[in-house]
Design a binder for this molecule. Structure first.
Ligand code: HEM
Ligand SMILES: *[C@@H]1O[C@H](CO)[C@@H](O)[C@H](O)[C@H]1NC(C)=O
Ligand SMILES: *[C@@H]1O[C@H](CO)[C@@H](O)[C@H](O)[C@H]1NC(C)=O
Ligand SMILES: *[C@@H]1O[C@H](CO)[C@@H](O)[C@H](O)[C@H]1NC(C)=O
Length: 323
């Protein structure tokens, strides 16, 4: 009797363990770099060619595509939800505050999707396009490469409220940033390394205004020059480079700027503001290959956030609409 009981207990325990593991990130292990090897062998080269063409026209597009993957993954998992336009059933994520007038690159994704539909109709998901395009963008701009895991399916819904709730804001302090990443199963190390994506791309005046008028941990001449372009009121959409030194190259200047109190966003400088994580920033500022290594690892981890697999979701034909 006792034996049967403990056996039963063991069984229950094993089952509940399996389900806990299953609901957190191990879904990510179902993804595989080889996923389209037989069903769409040219998938990776098609995406790569379209990304290269887009970045040749406009290097910033690399930053925009990288950010789309991040904003997709943080809102109910990497499921292409950010790409859905508003419709009569739901308000999508594109018009949520963190994305409205800010997230971009949707046309490039449409272009990639159209090419893929010609080559292998109904096979490659929009969520996977974002993951591959993020990697290819990083590589084109001089950053590290990694093997992108594939096999995510696309959501049939999107959530404006979830986008508002889960995408971190530039006003966040360190504890709020850590909390936001923890909620996605990402560590402090992931937070610091992934923030290094701000080595490329632009932010609007409205995103850094409070930083240049209210913060004290900012280089005074850096603040002064930014205030000239970003008045207390107006010019909300005037952009500045997140990394003023080398805005079009994926390098470790983001971290080197932080050491000089030249982070553009309040949230950026929070990573180097006297807490113990200063040591991580120093490490990445001193050695870009350490940053590159961790960035690659953390991107794979971020790409594993709650993917839809098996019979969940669908493979959208048009990334903007459910089938
Ligand atoms: C740590 C928390 C983060 C916060 C608070 C944050 C916030 C922001 C803000 C406010 C902007 C400028 C938006 C605008 O003014 O239009 C921005 C841009 C950008 N973010 Fe982040 N971000 C964070 C993490 C990340 C991560 C993890 C990635 C990617 C791995 C990323 C990639 C980018 C890129 C590449 C841009 C430039 C986009 C472009 O030029 O189109 N960010 N971010
Ligand atoms: C998004 O931006 C547009 C254009 O600036 C604005 O009219 C609209 O009110 C914004 N939408 C939301 C939901 O904030
Ligand atoms: C960080 O921000 C949160 C939320 O706004 C706030 O409750 C908390 O007190 C802040 N923490 C610090 C250390 O300033
Ligand atoms: C930089 O980091 C890499 C990778 O972790 C390591 O192999 C290398 O020795 C480091 N270089 C220096 C100068 O510390």
């Amino acid at each position: 009797m006792a034996k049967a009981c403990s056996l039963l207990l063991l069984l229950v325990f094993a089952v509940s363990c399996a389900s806990v593991v299953g609901s957190h990130g191990s879904h990510g292990s179902k993804l595989s770099p080889e996923y389209y090897k037989s069903t769409c062998p040219d998938a990776l080269s098609i995406v790569e060619a379209r990304v290269e063409a887009a970045l040749k026209k406009e290097p910033r597009m690399g930053a925009s595509l990288l950010r789309l993957h991040f904003h997709d993954c943080f809102v109910n998992g990497c499921d292409g939800s950010i790409l859905l336009d508003d419709n009569s059933v739901f308000a999508g994520e594109k018009t949520a505050a963190p994305n409205n007038n800010s997230a971009r690159g949707y046309d490039v994704v449409d272009d990639i999707k159209a090419e893929l539909e010609k080559a292998c109709p109904g096979v490659v998901s929009c969520a996977d396009i974002l993951a591959i395009a993020a990697r290819d963008s990083t590589v084109v701009l001089g950053g590290p490469s990694w093997k992108v895991k594939l096999g995510r399916r696309d959501s049939t819904t999107a959530s404006k409220n979830a986008a508002r709730k889960f995408i971190p804001a530039p006003s966040f302090n360190l504890s709020a940033l850590i909390f936001s990443f923890r909620a996605q199963g990402l560590s402090v190390k992931d937070l610091v390394a992934l923030s290094g994506a701000h080595t490329i791309g632009l932010a609007r005046c409205t995103s850094f205004r409070a930083r240049v008028y209210d913060d004290s941990n900012i280089d005074p001449s850096f603040a002064k020059s930014l205030r000239r372009r970003c008045p207390r009121t107006g010019k909300d959409n005037v952009p500045r480079s997140l990394d003023l030194r080398t805005p079009k190259s994926f390098d470790n200047f983001y971290f080197r700027n932080l050491l000089k109190k030249k982070g553009l966003l309040h949230s950026d400088q929070e990573l180097f503001n006297g807490a113990s994580i200063d040591s991580l920033v120093k490490k990445y500022a001193a050695n870009s290959s350490r940053f590159f290594k961790q960035f690659s690892k953390s991107m794979i981890k971020m790409g594993n956030i709650k993917p839809l697999t098996g019979n969940s979701g669908e493979i959208r034909t048009n990334c903007r609409k459910v089938n």
